[in-house]
Design a protein around this ligand. Structure first.
Ligand SMILES: [Cu+2]
Length: 157
């Protein structure tokens, strides 16, 4: 495993994403998200928010792919989820979770899927999607999302 995380969050709480060494286009990959405080201490208690402990929104930086996943809490700060990324390139993940007694956090994490990005796969991208009864809106300041940039993600029931 190597660490491909880049965090953007509240100073006190950080989510760290780890991905396998090789991420292949369209192959299932196990994403692991660890939540810890600024000193590296695990955060272990989460409240359900919009019916889930964590929402993970995955957007390719060319805005052609948009996914919404619900990582499973495995205990000891660790969430995991299987994902499949349809094309190579940079992805931004927004993990949304609520540590018990804390406000909802949104952490931004970047991952790259290597390979030829000239894939002609067409994926419909919508900035607003509805999943069961949760509506997700992405408010993007520009057409591309860069690491470390402020991006608003809102979940509405
Ligand atoms: Cu969700």
């Amino acid at each position: 495993m190597h660490d491909a995380s880049d965090t953007k969050t509240n100073a006190a709480i950080q989510a760290k994403l780890t991905v396998p060494e090789t991420v292949a286009v369209n192959a299932p990959v196990l994403l692991e998200i660890n939540v810890q405080d600024a000193t590296g201490k695990p955060i272990n208690k989460f409240d359900v928010s919009h019916e889930q402990l964590m929402h993970l929104i995955v957007v390719s930086d060319d805005l052609r792919f948009f996914g919404h996943l619900h990582p499973r809490y495995e205990g000891n700060r660790r969430f995991t989820v299987k994902a499949q990324l349809p094309r190579s390139g940079e992805y931004t993940r927004f993990s949304d979770y609520k540590p018990t007694g804390q406000p909802t956090q949104v952490s931004t994490l970047k991952t790259q899927v290597p390979g030829d990005s000239a894939s002609s796969l067409v994926v419909n991208f919508k900035r607003s999607q509805t999943f069961t009864n949760t509506k997700v809106n992405l408010e993007l300041p520009t057409e591309t999302v860069k690491a470390g940039e402020e991006v608003a993600v809102t979940l509405q029931s």
